[in-house]
Design a protein around this ligand. Structure first.
Ligand SMILES: Nc1ncnc2c1ncn2[C@@H]1O[C@H](COP(=O)(O)OP(=O)(O)OP(=O)(O)O)[C@@H](O)[C@H]1O
Ligand SMILES: [Mg+2]
Length: 364
């Protein structure tokens, strides 16, 4: 088979984080999907980690923007600029990116128009070819599940903006559920709870720290406490309070119930043979939200299905997308069903498809 010198990339363009895998180098970038914009001029002040450090500390004329919402592009121009910055950061200069092929993850269940918007963003930055692949498929492959085999595997990916449950077999997604509640919605629930209960306004970063340090889904959690600072809503002055893990544990109940329901619904709508495979082989947990303490034990207890963690929960989607683009270039893997499925679905070569059947719409 013809071998080209194209560079191959797998990109996980997530609501919270962007991760880039490059063939031969491994993971070359992990950055928050955040941008700081000057409101007066519209100019971009900072991207990624630098912009994240500004959250909650911006002067009046700076705005923090998450260009992706619920896993899809909410602001096309800002996403495009952010991607350009990340690619430049890993590659040094953009012209080099021109001879590249990219598989990029998108949430399952999005429309072809939304897939096209993602592909077009990558090609707009100079890539020769971009294919959008469904995130659970890439995550499962990156975590080492046998996705091309005639056997059912279940993946639960809890990201920043979406929670996705999917059963995969023969290189494709058989059934899936996407819930628009994930890591970022837990942070918002914590902010609301502290406001309601303590009359205290806290920022996003404090809420995320509370979740990571004392948030627990464990059925029998160890008591922990944490001091947090905020602004008193009555007198406007700074104040600190102590918050306990049992408060966060109770707060998480509703979110966790939503996940258990999504798992049940997915299993119910799945062909019996595949449901049997999942009962036997278990559920793979991935995405940053899966790092919540005790989540695996809790889900196992509530669903009765074995639950196990991915070894690289934050990287497996980019790794899987990278493996898919490598398979698509390898003669030994040319028959891979998942690569055929991905390229034949919403994804296709943008250089070969100059005339899209549907107009590409910029998401507002
Ligand atoms: N130790 C931890 N405990 C709990 N949550 C965590 C932990 N580490 C990271 N997270 C959460 O994981 C989320 C980010 O996960 P991830 O990077 O997988 O999301 P994403 O892929 O960008 O989002 P999406 O897939 O929804 O588009 C954030 O909400 C973050 O707070
Ligand atoms: Mg993700």
């Amino acid at each position: 088979m013809f071998q080209s010198w194209d560079q191959l990339f797998g990109i996980d363009l997530g609501t919270s984080n962007t991760v880039i895998y490059q063939q031969g180098k491994g993971i070359v970038l992990r950055e928050p999907s955040v941008v700081a914009i000057r409101q007066d001029t519209g100019e971009i002040e900072a991207f990624g980690a630098e912009a994240q450090a500004m959250i909650g500390r911006t002067p009046g004329n700076l705005e923090i923007v998450y260009p992706l919402q619920d896993g899809v592009i909410a602001n096309f121009d800002v996403t495009s600029a952010m991607l350009q910055y990340f690619i430049k950061k890993t590659q040094g200069r953009l012209p080099w990116f021109r001879s590249s092929q990219v598989y990029i993850s998108v949430p399952c269940g999005i429309t072809n128009v939304q897939k096209r918007a993602v592909e077009e963003t990558v090609v707009h930055k100079g890539a020769k070819k971009a294919v959008a692949v469904e995130e659970p498929l890439a995550a499962a492959l990156g975590a080492g599940l046998p996705v091309d085999e005639p056997v059912g595997s279940m993946v639960l990916d809890i990201g920043g903006g979406t929670t996705q449950v999917a059963v995969l077999s023969l290189g494709g997604i058989v059934v899936s559920q996407t819930v628009k509640r994930a890591g970022m919605s837990i942070d918002r629930d914590i902010i609301d709870y502290v406001k309601r209960t303590y009359n205290l306004a806290i920022g996003e970063r404090t809420a995320e720290e509370v979740k990571m340090r004392i948030g627990t889904a464990d059925p029998s959690p160890e008591p922990m406490v944490m001091d947090i600072k905020g602004r008193d809503l009555l007198d406007g002055l700074p104040r600190s309070i102590q918050i306990s893990s049992s408060e966060i544990h109770t707060l998480l109940d509703d979110f966790l119930q939503g996940i258990v329901d999504a798992i049940r619904l997915t299993l119910e709508s799945c062909p019996p043979e595949l449901a049997g495979d999942v009962m036997e082989r278990g559920i793979l947990l991935c995405g940053g939200g899966s790092l919540l303490q005790g989540l695996d034990r809790r889900l196992q207890e509530e669903t009765g299905v074995p639950v196990y963690m991915s070894e690289q929960p934050l990287d497996c989607t980019a790794l899987g997308a990278g493996l898919m683009v490598e398979y698509s270039r390898s003669s030994a893997r040319a028959g891979s069903r998942m690569v055929r499925n991905a390229s034949g679905g919403g994804g296709k070569s943008w250089k070969a498809a100059q005339e899209p059947e549907e107009p590409v719409r910029k998401e507002a």
